[in-house]
Design a protein around this ligand. Structure first.
Ligand code: ZN
Length: 507
């Protein structure tokens, strides 16, 4: 490979057209889809010493805007993917900034906890009618990975530039619970806000007696009771799909008590933080992380009151029947899921928003139902599976490191279980020290091993030795950078399988 200095000289001496540079891209180690020209400057991404950089050639307005090491005085700069440069990039190349996904039928959350997955995601979805939410991270994930929303978004912006993907992407502040968290996500230009109201849902109501429910209901303010009674009590609603919903007095009171506070909380926060922003925001209400599966009546009740309260819902995430455990297939009765999901989809369609499926990694048993019952309009969130594919790359290319990490994960599993609920049985994984190297990548096809590695990601990435050095993180990132294309390929295959089961065909 030519040294960057020589390369910049050649381009500068030029004049070379972008397609001439593109022809030479591979020989020069340039990412071919990143080559751009702007106001007389030529820009592209290059890989050097395992890291990728932006190179800006020729002086000009954009040349001055990027910070970096000058390779040729006043003529060529090597720029890191710093926070400052990320902002400059987004300002000059608007397609590298996130946008609202309103109007896109199929939207896919592609959480990237490592800041390395978007390249593979883009190489896949560029051929599909899918709008990607490349930056998607919950506060829990931010804490466990020690990242900020700035870093999450920057990783997505650079991947978009490197791959030359100009069709737009979103940024989801996932499972936000407070006003401060919403403002934080908005301050980092996030375009989707997922409000998690689980703490305001009263799970005790379902075990209350009829009398206790009646008493608790009568304690609600009278004007509020009058309003909701007028809207729902003893009323039947017919959906456009032909199905009907009926609110008998008992069901009605129970729903009002379970969801009342969550609805008020959502209306208040939406009104305060989002209603008058003056730009398009995709708002999602999530009630998925709760004990009680959301009934069709509850869904209808919640949505009606949110809309009545001025909330513009882009998507809503019910808690479905069965189990949506992280990183493994659906556990439960898929016939019952189909029946209930069809109702949720019909309600969402009538109100004009999308159903959002959380913990959507690897839910192959129900994906065909999601695709079909929504008539191809839905949001699905994945995250953990992208991390697991990264660990598959480790198992394939450095078996010793993989074994070390796996042992660590087993030891620290009880800690991780505080954050995530899983049903894994570690006895069923087998003795990984006795396993052949060839068997290790196959562990990522086995639910027990998947779950153990899935939920320990934060502990694995943050583990330090007594001298304060990372136990695994630096070695892992060095490996992932070296095998960047392998990781991209693994994601193309695995997320590709998600699309296939959802019934999405390439365009
Ligand atoms: Zn969720």
């Amino acid at each position: 490979m030519l040294k960057i200095f020589d390369l910049c000289k050649i381009i500068q001496r030029g004049p070379m057209t972008l397609s001439q540079i593109r022809e030479q891209a591979e020989a020069w180690g340039i990412f071919p889809n990143s080559i751009q020209s702007l106001e007389g400057s030529t820009l592209f991404m290059i890989k050097q010493d395992k890291e990728s950089f932006l190179v800006v050639v020729h002086p000009g307005k954009v040349y001055a805007a990027f910070e970096g090491e000058e390779l040729i005085a006043g003529g060529a700069k090597l720029c890191k993917k710093s926070s400052t440069n990320s902002k400059v990039l987004r300002a000059h190349f608007p397609y590298t900034a996130p946008i609202s996904h309103k109007g896109h039928a199929i939207t896919l959350g592609l959480g990237d906890r490592l800041g390395l997955a978007s390249v593979g995601h883009l190489r896949l979805i560029k051929d599909y009618p899918v709008f990607p939410i490349l930056a998607q991270q919950s506060i829990r994930e931010l804490n466990l990975t020690n990242r900020t929303y700035d870093e999450v978004l920057n990783a997505a912006s650079w991947a978009v530039f490197q791959e030359g993907y100009t069709k737009g992407f979103g940024a989801d502040g996932d499972h936000l619970k407070t006003e401060d968290e919403i403002y934080m996500a908005l301050a980092h230009s996030f375009t989707m806000i997922t409000l998690d109201c689980s703490e305001h849902i009263d799970n005790t109501v379902s075990s209350m007696s009829k009398e206790a429910i009646e008493i608790a209901y009568k304690r609600l303010p009278e004007n509020y009771r009058q309003k909701i009674e007028g809207m729902f009590k003893d009323k039947t609603f017919q959906l456009k799909s032909g199905e009907t919903l009926f609110f008998d007095t008992e069901t009605f009171m129970e729903i009002a008590l379970i969801y009342g506070k969550a609805i008020d909380y959502t209306i208040t926060l939406y009104g305060k933080c989002l209603a008058s922003l003056g730009k398009a925001i995709d708002f999602e209400m999530s009630i998925d992380e709760t004990l009680t599966p959301t009934t069709a009546e509850s869904h209808f009740f919640v949505a009606s009151l949110l809309i009545d309260g001025g909330v513009d819902i882009t998507s809503l995430a019910p808690r479905f029947c069965g189990e949506f455990q992280k990183g493994i297939d659906y556990i439960g009765d898929s016939a019952q899921f189909e029946k209930e999901f069809a109702m949720h989809a019909a309600i969402a369609a009538d109100f004009g928003y999308k159903i959002s499926v959380h913990s959507g990694s690897d839910k192959f048993a129900v994906f065909p139902i999601v695709g079909e019952k929504t008539a191809g309009e839905y949001h699905v969130k994945t995250a953990g599976t992208n991390w697991l594919e990264a660990m598959r790359v480790v198992a394939r290319n450095d078996p010793a490191l993989y074994r070390e990490i796996h042992q660590f994960a087993l030891v620290h599993l009880p800690e991780a279980k505080k954050y995530y609920h899983i049903g894994a049985d570690i006895e069923k994984i087998g003795d990984i020290m006795a396993m052949s190297d060839e068997m290790l990548p196959l562990l990522m096809d086995q639910n027990h091993a998947r779950q153990v590695i899935h939920i320990t990601y934060g502990l694995i990435l943050n583990a330090k030795d007594s001298d304060g050095r990372y136990l695994f993180k630096d070695r892992l990132y060095a490996l992932w950078q070296r095998y960047e294309n392998d990781y991209a390929q693994a994601l193309i295959v695995h997320i590709g399988k998600h699309l296939e089961y959802l019934g999405v065909a390439p365009v």
